[in-house]
Design a protein around this ligand. Structure first.
Ligand code: NAG
Ligand code: NAG
Ligand code: NAG
Ligand code: NAG
Ligand code: NAG
Ligand code: NAG
Length: 508
């Protein structure tokens, strides 16, 4: 992820930790395009300062109105204010949507039941979308004492919204905002219609939302390019490519207004304006200390199994990697197969108990490329084993390290039929020291992949929400900078990026 360079930092010598991308400031800097462009490519600060000084000198000679910007009383006030405002460049405006786009869906939770394997979605709405709390007595010492919930993955959009309501840099003045959050419960909404054949009905509420957004003054500022929304369902559910009833999903993300916006989802599609964020796990701490306690607990767990696979077999899918992995697991005394066809896998206590007892956790693609289990297993300190780049490496770029070997094992399966790798042998071949280093990295990553309780705020740790907001703000700032530099923001914005789902040398 390219982080926009801090041009003001170089000019004024302000502490680097102060975020600098503020709308007003950026507007002030707009006239100094040259400065912005050079500072973006500057890596050697002495060199940069030399260039900047010469620009300042040069522009003063030419009576460039750059100095007027700095010296006009209004702008001086802006600069003084931004130095102390830690929200500079991070202000977010939340759209106040009609309740049919969010809260009504929660109140009518019985209508959401269809199509999910849950008999009733209503209990999961409790605790701001975290679901029912898991009591200490039920957790059989698998968990730490508090902050564990039976969280449903589809509620991520609700959890995210509730976190956003407590975000420290909200503004009601949309002209100050660097980004506009659209709290549409896209996944819950579409879950009512995904299994209907009538395409008009499948597409209608998304269309309705976009028409509402487009009429708002906030739309016109950047044609929606600073707008983003969140889905607890995979992005493919909104990417129907043909108006044919046999195709899956709605075409929400192919509608013109939607193409100007960004969407965060538990799994991104192969279009560039879809971004991935971790599935919610069951752990929603309120304080830093709870994370430290949990990390300490799992760091020293005894792990009797070398590897585990948790999931259901799919006998109907022939030649699936999943089937081969289950066979291998069943054959190995070092592997624990937790069969979701038999055991209760929607009970976090059962699942986490297995992950806490294993060194490696196999994560083959299932119905889609990603699985919630990636994050549950990492939360338990189990090192993930991936078989496809689309399962994690090309997805969670804001949350997981770029260097995959630091925290995971990769056994690419390009052709299931020709695949004959002995997983146990591969895992046994990894030196003990490497295994420990990977596990330590996984444990270190825990704050990145969890969603803190929206009722409170972590102090030192940044959680998955914080990283997603940071990533989104940086991306929107890039687009804004392109526009400032006279480039057409639509170029490359919503293009297809096949590379996300192909076996690439980047991950070899
Ligand atoms: C959690 O429970 C254990 C035993 O039940 C107790 O020793 C420990 O102090 C508790 N920790 C917290 C943070 O309440
Ligand atoms: C925005 O306005 C609402 C309603 O007037 C108010 O409750 C809220 O506190 C305001 N938020 C901010 C960040 O000023
Ligand atoms: C789909 O639903 C719409 C709205 O209820 C209706 O007008 C239309 O006739 C239906 N289309 C089909 C093919 O049934
Ligand atoms: C819809 O797709 C199916 C399967 O691809 C195909 O058999 C059918 O002819 C298509 N229908 C139309 C109207 O294009
Ligand atoms: C999308 O953004 C482009 C500018 O990048 C703008 O011309 C277009 O009108 C926008 N589309 C909609 C539907 O607002
Ligand atoms: C499992 O073990 C049996 C007996 O040793 C062997 O025939 C079979 O090929 C093994 N299957 C796999 C997937 O390794």
């Amino acid at each position: 992820m390219r982080i926009p360079k801090a041009h003001i930092v170089l000019v004024l010598g302000i502490n680097h930790s102060i975020p600098i991308h503020k709308t007003k400031q950026s507007q002030a800097m707009e006239k100094g395009n040259l400065t912005i462009m050079i500072s973006r490519t500057c890596h050697d600060h002495h060199f940069c300062i030399a260039i900047l000084l010469s620009i300042l000198l040069f522009s003063s000679l030419l009576c460039f109105d750059y100095f007027a910007i700095f010296h006009s009383p209004n702008h001086t006030v802006t600069f003084l204010a931004t130095n102390t405002d830690s929200c500079t460049g991070r202000y977010i405006y939340i759209h106040h949507l009609p309740p049919r786009f969010n809260s009504h869906l929660l109140h009518n939770c019985h209508s959401l039941t269809r199509g999910t394997d849950k008999p009733n979605m209503c209990p999961y709405m409790q605790n701001l979308g975290l679901g029912p709390q898991i009591l200490n007595s039920q957790s059989q010492h698998v968990f730490t004492n508090q902050s564990w919930y039976a969280t449903n993955q589809f509620l991520l959009e609700v959890i995210f919204h509730n976190r956003m309501k407590k975000y420290e840099c909200l503004t009601n003045d949309s002209s100050l905002a660097s980004a506009v959050f659209v709290p549409f419960y896209a996944g819950l909404d579409i879950s009512r219609f995904l299994w209907l054949s009538n395409l008009t009905i499948r597409d209608s509420s998304g269309q309705d939302l976009l028409q509402w957004l487009e009429k708002k003054p906030e739309w016109k500022t950047f044609w929606g390019r600073d707008h983003f929304l969140v889905s607890g369902r995979i992005a493919w559910d909104f990417r129907r490519q043909s108006d044919n009833e046999s195709y899956w999903g709605s075409k929400f993300r192919f509608l013109p207004q939607s193409m100007n916006m960004s969407m965060l989802a538990v799994e991104a599609s192969s279009w560039k304006n879809d971004y991935a964020l971790p599935y919610p796990t069951s752990f929603h701490p309120s304080e830093d200390i709870e994370i430290l306690e949990w990390q300490r607990k799992i760091r020293y767990r005894k792990r009797p199994y070398l590897f585990t696979f948790t999931g259901a077999s799919r006998p109907e899918v022939e030649d699936s990697i999943r089937g081969k992995i289950i066979d291998q697991c069943r054959n190995s005394t070092a592997c624990k197969f937790f069969d979701c066809g038999v055991e209760k896998c929607d009970d976090p206590v059962n699942v986490m108990k297995v992950f806490e007892s294993s060194v490696f956790c196999l994560q083959p693609p299932g119905d889609s490329y990603t699985r919630r289990s990636i994050f549950d297993s990492m939360l338990a300190g189990c090192v993930p084993v991936f078989f496809h780049p689309g399962t994690a490496y090309s997805q969670y770029k804001w949350h997981l390290p770029k260097k995959r070997t630091k925290y995971s094992v990769y056994i690419p399966v390009k052709d299931v039929n020709k695949w004959s790798v002995d997983v146990e042998k591969v895992l046994l071949g990894i030196p003990e020291g490497d295994v420990l280093a990977m596990r330590e990295e996984v444990i270190k990553l825990i704050p990145n992949i969890i969603y803190a309780n929206p009722k409170s705020k972590l102090d030192k740790f940044q959680d998955a929400f914080d990283l997603a907001v940071k990533g989104m703000l940086e991306r929107i700032e890039e687009v804004r900078e392109d526009m400032r530099n006279g480039r057409d923001p639509s170029i490359g914005f919503a293009d297809e990026d096949h590379y996300k789902y192909t076996f690439s040398d980047n991950y070899s």
